[in-house]
Write a new protein. Structure first.
Length: 184
């Protein structure tokens, strides 16, 4: 698989790469992607699930049982359900978020798309997402998926990372530049 060494060099990247290779071999990339999207939503919507993933106090065995129950509850595909069991068994449940991000990148690359990481202070509206996708598609010359994150610490504006390019027009960065300029 053609990927940047940076993604595969990380722990989450290695797990995501293994999951992607398995899904590709079973022709289940879309099914696994939908299951991971469901897990990503659950991480945002469920405080209990988010805490389960983050907490070092939950044993590997208990995490495995919780993930198995979650697989049934969210109707996850078998590959993803088994993968969650492996994460729990190996004590890597805290890597779930970065694994989901890396898997999305691998899947997008497989489809001939690219992924842009977007950080905003507030959630983007649908029309803003559509306009941003159109602008990034024109810039990249191919379809662009957005990996959006909300970080109130940037105060306002937007930070876009597309490949090796980064556009930081956040208010926090502008204030930092102004402070540096005033120091002389």
């Amino acid at each position: 698989m053609e990927t940047s060494g940076g993604i595969q060099a990380s722990l989450a990247g290695r797990y995501a790469s293994a999951l992607f290779d398995l899904a590709r071999g079973e022709r289940q990339i879309d099914a696994v992607g939908r299951s991971l999207d469901g897990l990503a939503s659950a991480l945002v919507d469920s405080k209990d699930f988010s805490e389960l993933v983050r907490s070092p106090l939950v044993s590997r065995e208990d995490a495995g049982k919780a993930f198995a129950a979650l697989g049934t509850e969210l109707a996850l595909d078998p590959i993803t359900t088994n993968f969650l069991g492996v994460l729990a068994k190996n004590g890597r449940k805290a890597e779930l978020r970065p694994i989901i991000r890396a898997f999305r990148r691998f899947a997008a690359e497989h489809r001939g798309e690219t992924t842009a990481e977007i950080v905003t202070a507030y959630p983007l509206k649908d029309d803003q997402v559509a306009a941003l996708k159109a602008q990034l598609r024109a810039r990249a010359g191919r379809d662009v998926n957005l990996d959006t994150n909300v970080d109130p610490n940037i105060l306002g504006g937007i930070v876009v990372k597309l490949g090796s390019q980064m556009i930081d027009s956040s208010i926090r960065t502008k204030l930092n530049r102004l402070a540096s300029a005033m120091k002389g």
